[in-house]
Design a protein around this ligand. Structure first.
Ligand SMILES: [Zn+2]
Length: 74
């Protein structure tokens, strides 16, 4: 089983696209409920975290990596 890691401001793809045919959602709130914003039309969705875990397909853009192994140096 794959562990899905996601965080605030990540862009995720859901199993079903939004009615506007866009399947890119930004996580704008994390908590007991997850609030998502459609990247195309700005529509807001609120769902319990366990529903989100079921409906989320993958993380498209990871904004804040959990593992910071290397710091960039010049
Ligand atoms: Zn939309």
């Amino acid at each position: 089983m794959q562990l899905k890691s996601y965080g605030l401001h990540d862009i995720v793809e859901m199993k079903k696209p939004h009615a506007c045919q866009t399947n890119k959602w930004e996580i704008i709130r994390m908590g007991m409920d997850i609030r998502l914003k459609c990247e195309h039309c700005g529509h807001l969705v609120l769902m319990p975290r366990r529903d989100f875990n079921k409906k989320m397909k993958k993380v498209l853009v990871k904004v804040a990596p959990i593992h910071q192994e290397n710091e960039e140096s010049e």
